[in-house]
Design a protein around this ligand. Structure first.
Ligand code: FNU
Length: 217
């Protein structure tokens, strides 16, 4: 995934024609498109192949299973054409290690969720976020997912992982986070969904986010 606009589209729409239309108009403004359960369950895994003509695809399945099941899932997702898979970190080092092995043998990436962006992440996840970030670095994942809603946590997590791993950061716009703040705190990319795909002019919103990001780098 090339670091150019530093914007990733989260495409949580439920219709394949709409997904393709939005991807086409936004493609020039994003470095990747993130798809997850909503779109894949509604349209099928084949949508990954269709969308991959517009941008690299990150499959946000937040995989959270035993090592063997993580392996089976990641193999299927990479086979479908995804460039990266998002996995949970709380399942521990063996599950993560297996996912990273599958990614490496396919020349693909794994991103590990550290602490999520919604308020409920404070209930359980935040306490483990830093240890998960350290594990992601130890297991040589490509990067981590850290919350744009809490830029100070992005900064803490950046200090733990150093410069070898990348940070992709959701929570900008509808969830209240700012793209500029997340990038300033150390995120490599911000992930934006509803603010773009629910807008009347998705390309214009994406372009505005990119210029906001460019101002702080
Ligand atoms: P938007 N997402 C998130 N927070 O929001 N993968 C996390 O901590 C995380 C995620 C995803 O709010 C969320 O599922 F690990 O409409 C959605 O697809 O901009 C996207 O990021 C945010 O979408």
């Amino acid at each position: 995934m090339e670091k150019d606009t530093r914007l990733i589209l989260a495409l949580d729409v439920l219709d394949s024609a709409e997904a393709l239309r939005i991807s086409q108009v936004v493609a020039g403004h994003v470095d990747a498109i993130k798809v997850g359960y909503p779109l894949i369950l509604a349209t099928g895994l084949g949508i990954i192949t269709e969308l991959s003509r517009y941008a690299p695809i990150i499959a946000d399945f937040k995989v959270a299973d035993i090592p063997n099941t993580n392996r089976l899932i990641c193999e299927q997702v990479f086979k479908a054409g995804a460039d990266a898979v998002i996995v949970q970190g709380f399942t521990g080092h063996d599950s993560l290690r297996t996912s990273v092995e599958v990614a490496r043998s396919n020349n693909k990436d794994i991103f590990v969720v550290t602490e999520m962006s919604h308020p409920g992440a404070l209930d359980f996840m935040q306490a483990a976020g830093e240890a998960i970030a350290k594990m992601a670095a130890d297991e040589q994942a490509s990067g981590v997912v850290a919350p744009a809603t809490r830029p100070e946590r992005v900064r803490d997590i950046r200090n733990i992982i150093g410069s070898d791993l990348t940070i992709i950061s959701p929570g900008v716009g509808t969830q209240g986070g700012s793209a500029a703040d997340a990038i300033r705190a150390g995120a490599d990319w911000v992930i934006v969904g509803r603010s773009i795909y629910q807008s009347d002019d998705p390309a214009a919103v994406a372009a505005k986010l990119v210029s906001e990001i460019k101002e702080v780098i």
